[in-house]
Design a protein around this ligand. Structure first.
Ligand code: UD1
Length: 382
């Protein structure tokens, strides 16, 4: 057994952009209570504006361990394998007793497997989400991570129900989503420090934000073409500025299909490279509406009371549909235009189903209690 039952150390694993955001309130809370912890970085995201910029914006301590491999352009299997090896090394070196992984990126899968195989306590943040869309690599990751975790932190009761239905072995704890903690902790800082609206010459509540980068959208040429048509249709119908921070995967695929020139010629559309956390939070917070295929943005928009139109056929965040903050539009132009019209008509007075902004406190309290009880049990059996 490699686990050191008395180390009391927590490892926090990050590596992909959304995970850095969701883990930031947990890191702050670990710091506040004086827990012994370190950050391990999988290396999945490596560009400055996908990674370091977020550490800076969110005032996170530098990772103690970083994957030495260059993961640019690697396949899912090679990327996950490299991260599995690097994170195992990090855990052997840092000797944590408990490892916190977050969300559904390949980083989290690699971390959960590495920790599981070393006999460490695996805690999964944002557990129990299901899109039931088996095309999505994230859905494979969610299911596998949930089944190998010891502690499953659910954002909502619905997520808990999914886990119960799946028959997972670990302890389930409903905490709310730390993405709400992050939004509430940072919204005011973002508004006062970011000059993004001035830079892009935007008027409050008079522009739309657009993002898409999911594999099932970008890597299917038919859907990618349709998305360009959707943007054209929204531009013609609403004549409102559309701000589109473009993910590197999306840039590659658009260029690959020669769609970048068609996109550049759409009226009212403003392309930017990926934005930092504070700039994006400020941009989103003052938008009239957001169109996205991101999961985290569906939640952030809900918390910030910005209407959301989801450019997918389903969502693993159905709570947003129940409270009325989000509409599923797919990638068909007519349907997207109709969804935008409908969301603009709706009052923005929905309830936020993702918690009260104190999820990280519950997460850290549960993790520390778990370390203590594990030690007690081992001492008792000695
Ligand atoms: C990953 C997550 C996804 C999350 C997204 C946020 C998985 C399976 N998916 O997808 O859930 O919403 O992160 O961004 O893990 N690239 C760069 N610079 C970077 C990172 C990526 O140029 O810093 C390019 C590379 O060409 C890379 C491609 O983007 O091949 C895709 O990156 P990857 O990490 O494989 O997946 P994401 O699409 O970012």
């Amino acid at each position: 057994v490699i686990r050191d039952p008395n180390s009391g150390v927590v490892a926090v694993v990050v590596g992909a952009r959304p995970g850095i955001i969701k883990m930031s309130p947990v890191v702050r809370e670990l710091e506040r209570v004086g827990a012994e912890f370190f950050i391990a970085h999988s290396g999945q995201h490596y560009s400055f504006n996908m990674d370091k910029q977020f550490f800076d914006d969110l005032h996170l301590p530098a990772p103690r361990f970083t994957n030495p491999d260059d993961l640019a352009g690697t396949s899912h299997g090679r990327q996950t394998a490299s991260m599995l090896i690097a994170l195992e090394d990090a855990f052997l070196d840092g000797r944590p007793e408990l490892v916190i992984v977050g969300g559904d990126a390949n980083t989290s899968l690699a971390a959960a497997l590495a920790a599981r195989k070393l006999g460490l306590i695996v805690a999964h943040l944002e557990s129990g989400l299901r899109s039931h869309d088996w095309r999505m690599p994230e859905e494979h990751n969610r299911v596998i991570i949930d089944h190998v975790s010891d502690v499953l932190f659910c954002p909502t009761e619905l997520a808990r129900d999914n886990l119960v239905a799946d028959g997972v072995r670990g302890e389930i704890v409903v905490t709310g989503n730390t993405v709400v903690d992050a939004v509430l902790q940072n919204a005011e800082i973002a508004r006062s420090t970011s000059d993004i609206r001035a830079r892009l010459e935007l008027t409050e509540r008079d522009y739309f934000v657009l993002t898409f980068h999911r594999e099932e959208n970008t890597d299917d040429p038919g859907r990618l073409r349709s998305l360009v048509d959707c943007i054209q249709a929204v531009s013609e119908r609403f004549r409102t500025p559309i701000i589109f921070p473009v993910h590197p995967r999306t840039v590659n695929r658009l260029e690959g299909l020669g769609l970048d020139t068609a996109l550049a010629s759409i009226d009212n559309l403003h392309l930017t490279s990926g934005l930092g956390y504070l700039d994006f939070a400020a941009l989103l917070g003052s938008a009239r509406l957001v169109m996205t295929d991101s999961g985290g943005i569906q939640e952030e928009a809900c918390a910030l009371r910005v209407p959301c139109v989801t450019l997918r056929d389903n969502t693993e965040r159905p709570e947003t549909l129940d409270v009325g903050s989000n509409a599923i539009a797919g990638v068909v132009p007519d349907s997207v235009v109709r969804s935008v019209e409908e969301m603009l008509r709706r009052p923005r007075d929905w309830r936020n189903p993702f918690g009260d902004g104190h999820a990280a406190e519950r997460v850290v309290e549960t993790c520390l209690a778990r370390l203590g009880s594990q030690r007690g049990a081992l001492a008792g059996s000695a």
